[in-house]
Design a protein around this ligand. Structure first.
Ligand SMILES: Cc1cc2nc3c(=O)[nH]c(=O)nc-3n(C[C@H](O)[C@H](O)[C@H](O)COP(=O)(O)OP(=O)(O)OC[C@H]3O[C@@H](n4cnc5c(N)ncnc54)[C@H](O)[C@@H]3O)c2cc1C
Ligand code: SF4
Length: 439
């Protein structure tokens, strides 16, 4: 149960404590209950924020959770992981002169109450006799599944891993989202009759033609692939950042953290890896990035956080080799970079400075250099956009009756959980329209 999540003693336990009843009441009372509220527009799932906050102020927490779930079935996850500064809280009118309302924390307060008290949060609709297969049980797949079940369709989710939840379960650092939160949401969906078959992978033990003949529609929500390769000598000694985070959440006793850790990359995942290393005992953690501070993709608040954790940065630095002796890493050979003309990403391209090679001592190297594009696109011969699955405005792929959403279609803009949830919701609307229209 969410209420049992430990708050102390665990260096990777949830960073923000839950609001107390009094804190929640005081915070809810600050809300101006704006008409046509900017925060609701700024939330990608358009939760009616003033409405759920009003219900908190009248102690109707179950009603508040229902309001959240009407727009966003993963309200407990999003309350914790959304970059609220950039979204709802960033749009709060109080933010101009005072502190914005703590929307994320109030949302968490309502959702934790609902899960902690075993409330029945939504009902399955009357059976339509239609069947939908969903591939990948991350936020996009779970959201799509729940929305379809609300409309009475029978849904089976096929997931290649042992646990459902996608990156909420395996990839998001425990400081932001403990694994129990993601699994509670999965349990809520199975309670309304959504079937989840784990260890089922499209492309190995599942085939698209079989799914197409057994289901009325298919939704692909497979996320992205493994961490991209650097293609440098000694890469076999570099740990994969996603596995590093996964072990810290699910297999902490297996995770060995070095004393002098180098993290390659400067996005949000790299920051999470550096946080884990630092909090689990590394004496020194250095983040290495080939461009400058200005081009970092990590959110500003994450960058501020990691600096406060005592992590060092080496900007304009490109690793070119990992040196190891008897299997143990000793150093990372790097070259200094200067910034040239803009490349395809629109950012200045790093150019090696001749003769600037130097050694960075390290006993552990972790890479967090972004995820590969979804492999399934080429396997299924789907049309793509920059390597991502191409979809129409109705989330339909180039194959009739096969829909897609979440990170695997995100050719533009930053990928986030709340965007994946919204894709799943909108795709479910389109699938429903098609199934209803075709009787
Ligand atoms: C380290 C990290 C930290 C992040 N932190 C945040 C954050 O703090 N806030 C935020 O908003 N976003 C964050 N994100 C982004 C966010 O996690 C993703 O945008 C979101 O999870 C996307 O949801 P999804 O359902 O599209 O994909 P995923 O969560 O990746 O789920 C895809 C699922 O499909 C399964 N799958 C893949 N292929 C197959 C197949 N062939 N057959 C069956 N199943 C398959 C996978 O196992 C997985 O369960 C983070 C991402 C990473 C990597
Ligand atoms: S889902 Fe995310 S963006 Fe939307 S209101 Fe909740 S915390 Fe804000």
């Amino acid at each position: 149960m969410l209420t049992e999540i430990r708050q102390s003693g665990n260096p990777l336990g949830e960073l923000l404590p839950p609001l107390t009843r009094n804190e929640a009441a005081v915070e809810a009372a600050r809300c101006l209950m704006c008409y046509d509220a900017p925060c609701t527009h700024a939330c990608p799932t358009h939760i009616e924020i003033p409405k759920f906050i009003k219900k908190i102020s009248t102690h109707n927490l179950r009603g508040s959770a229902r309001t959240i779930l009407e727009s966003n079935l993963l309200g407990a996850t999003c309350a914790r992981v959304c970059p609220v500064q950039e979204l709802c809280e960033g749009a709060c009118v109080l933010g101009a002169e005072h502190k914005p309302i703590a929307i994320g924390r109030l949302q968490r307060y309502a959702m934790d109450y609902a899960y902690g008290n075993g409330a029945a949060l939504f009902q399955r609709g009357e059976d339509t006799g239609k069947k939908v297969a969903i591939i990948g049980a991350g936020p996009a797949g779970l959201s799509c599944a729940g929305e379809l079940a609300k409309r009475g369709h029978s849904v089976t989710l096929f997931e290649k891993r042992d646990l459902a939840g996608g990156l909420s379960t395996y990839g998001i650092i425990g400081l932001r989202e403990p694994v129990e939160v993601a699994l509670a949401e999965v349990a809520m969906l199975t309670k309304v009759g959504i079937k989840i078959e784990t260890s089922k992978e499209l492309g190995t033990n599942l085939s698209l033609p079989d799914l197409q003949s057994n289901f009325d529609a298919v939704f692909l929500s497979v996320g992205l692939g493994a961490t991209t390769s650097l293609g440098i000598p000694g890469e076999e000694y570099i740990l994969d950042g996603l596995e590093y985070i996964e072990q810290s959440k699910l297999d902490e006793h297996k995770l060995v953290v070095g004393q002098n850790v180098v993290v390659i990359g400067a996005g949000n995942t790299a920051i999470d890896c550096a946080t884990i290393a630092k909090r689990l005992g590394a004496a020194q953690v250095t983040m290495v990035y080939r461009r400058s501070e200005k081009e970092m993709t990590a959110y500003a608040h994450e960058y501020d956080f990691i600096k406060r954790e005592g992590v060092r940065f080496s900007f304009l630095t490109q690793p070119i080799r990992v040196n190891a002796k008897n299997g143990a890493v000793e150093s990372v050979e790097c070259v200094r970079e200067s910034l040239g003309a803009a490349d395809a990403s629109g950012r200045p391209s790093p150019q090696p400075v001749p003769g600037s090679e130097f050694l960075l001592p390290a006993d552990q190297v972790v890479k967090a250099t972004g995820q590969e594009r979804p492999h399934l696109a080429s396997l299924l011969k789907l049309k793509t956009d920059k390597g991502f699955i191409q979809v129409t405005e109705h989330f339909e792929t180039s194959l009739h009756g096969v829909y897609s959403g979440g990170d695997c279609i995100r050719a533009r803009g930053a990928a986030s959980t709340v965007m994946a949830v919204q894709d799943g919701k909108l795709a479910a609307h389109s699938i429903h329209e098609r199934l209803v229209a075709h009787g």
